[in-house]
Design a protein around this ligand. Structure first.
Ligand SMILES: [Zn+2]
Length: 505
């Protein structure tokens, strides 16, 4: 009896397992969509270009084919948004003014400095500004460590080093996870909160290594959302970096030499803050234009239309640099294709209880602009119950995907994700933190307005933002499996007999 019982149970388990493992993605569709979106014909899908338009039209035509309804402006599949484009002309300079009021040094873009000149307050241009050396430029509420403590940065420039302090030299840092403070983007945000007008990074080996890429960015168009406050932006302030050869001059006659700063910060030792004797004049010649970008949006109608689940992926990439096309196969044609496939299956399956908005964000690479616009324009944030985002899902191990977001935004969502992890053929690598420290993606725009989020990402290790991110390296089963995961999460949330909780405990 026993053996027969075990046998029957085994069959049941096998059947259950195969029904859990059942996946309805179609590799041929995934492949065809990928090979179009990541082809040279689309020139890297840069926002604000004709190729963004071509990509958007293609995505809309797929949605229509699957039976997803138009959910954009005036009955269309498109939600367009205005952007301000700002670029710094190559004729711009930075002048260093010695204590005696005489300009001692003139720095030229690309040769001497690089920068991400975005959200610049133009009132500060052409006049001498004070500079404050703020050490590592880190503020940590948990440990109380604060490089900005007691400083008034209004109208001033913060000068900070790369790297992080070491627990060995800072008593109050014990037990703190310091690694995340390495992020230059975080340092810029912290400086903005402290009231600074711009951040100047002290020369560093890392900066030297990335000089070529940063030089490229220095004079290119920077996009911001028209009508939205700059302080909410992903890049709230101009960030500047100085060439190694200019380090000694920059700190000449200051309280500490460049060499000393380098050696102390290299070991994570204490760095004293000080007001610099020198002043700085940003003589930037800014070129301004306006333009439009677009999100592609569709709706899958549920029985109850009061609440909306959002699923999405950014479809833009970074275009062409010099003569090379950056096709962005994994980043993020893969997510785009996976969300399309999830939408196709959600429409063809049993009708959902709740509405699902399917969104393909434009201008993510320009600073999460499309998702910020979608979330910002949505009137009732209470009925947007969740955002599920995919940013890269076609590389790395086929059975593993990194998941971020639920831990910080909804305890109930975290439980749902764990249950799907158990029944899915994919293993979730559940991470703390909304971002990976160096960058972020569109889910952050929803989390910023209080909406629970899930971000699925393959954490691509090589080829990120390189011309080598091509579709010959893509694993279509991984994209398919990720789309199935999205479908499962949507179905589970759609079935809830209550609104998804936003409590994090
Ligand atoms: Zn991306």
């Amino acid at each position: 009896m026993k053996s027969i019982f075990v046998f029957i149970i085994s069959i049941l388990i096998l059947e259950l397992h195969s029904s859990f493992a059942q996946e309805s993605y179609d590799v041929n569709i995934l492949k065809a969509n990928m090979e179009f979106l990541a082809s040279d014909a689309l020139m890297g899908r840069e926002s604000g270009t004709f190729y963004e338009e071509l990509s958007a039209q293609f995505i809309a035509s797929e949605l229509k084919k699957y039976g997803v309804k138009a959910f954009g402006d005036e009955g269309s599949y498109f939600q367009s948004f205005e952007v301000l484009k700002n670029s710094m002309s190559i004729n711009s300079t930075i002048k260093l003014m010695a204590g005696d009021g005489i300009v001692s040094t003139t720095l030229e873009p690309i040769k001497d400095f690089v920068g991400e000149i975005v959200n610049l307050n133009e009132d500060i241009l052409a006049s001498p500004l004070e500079m404050v050396f703020c050490g590592y430029g880190i503020t940590d509420e948990v440990s109380g460590y604060d490089d900005y403590m007691g400083l008034d940065l209004k109208g001033k420039i913060a000068v900070v080093t790369f790297g992080i302090p070491s627990e060995k030299y800072h008593d109050n840092l014990t037990g703190v996870n310091l690694g995340r403070f390495r992020s230059p983007a975080l340092k810029v945000q912290v400086a903005a909160t402290a009231g600074a007008e711009a951040v100047f990074f002290v020369p560093d080996e890392l900066l030297e290594q990335m000089w070529g890429m940063l030089a490229q960015m220095t004079t290119e168009d920077k996009f911001t959302l028209a009508g939205y406050p700059p302080e909410d932006s992903f890049f709230p302030l101009p960030a500047l970096g100085l060439k190694m050869e200019r380090g000694n001059e920059f700190f000449l006659e200051e309280e500490i030499t460049f060499e000393k700063i380098k050696s102390l910060s290299g070991e994570g030792q204490k760095l004293d803050k000080f007001l610099m004797r020198k002043k700085i004049i940003l003589d930037f010649d800014m070129v301004k234009t306006r333009g439009f970008c677009k999100n592609v949006v569709g709706l899958i109608e549920g029985l109850n239309k009061d609440e909306v689940i959002t699923i999405g992926a950014h479809y833009d990439h970074i275009g062409k640099v010099d003569s090379e096309i950056f096709n962005g196969a994994d980043d993020n044609a893969s997510g785009t294709v996976a969300i399309l496939e999830a939408a196709r299956n959600l429409v063809s399956g049993e009708q959902l209880k709740r509405n699902v908005a399917v969104i393909f964000y434009g201008a993510e690479e320009k600073g999460l602009l499309g998702s910020r616009f979608f979330a910002g324009e949505w009137r009732d944030k209470e009925n947007l119950i969740v955002n599920i985002n995919i940013d890269m899902c076609g590389r790395g191990k086929v059975d593993t995907i990194t998941v971020r977001g639920p831990l910080e935004t909804s305890g109930e969502l975290f439980e749902i994700v764990k249950s799907i992890d158990n029944e899915s053929s994919m293993d979730f690598d559940l991470k703390k933190g909304l971002t990976d420290g160096m960058g972020s993606s569109d889910h952050a725009s929803f989390a910023a307005v209080g909406i629970p989020v899930i971000d699925l990402c393959d954490d691509m290790e090589s080829d990120l933002h390189m011309p080598t991110d091509d579709y010959d390296k893509i694993d279509y089963d991984k994209i398919g499996k990720t789309s199935t995961v999205v479908e499962k999460i949507v179905r589970k949330i759609s079935e809830l007999d209550h609104k998804l909780s936003r409590e994090t405990e």
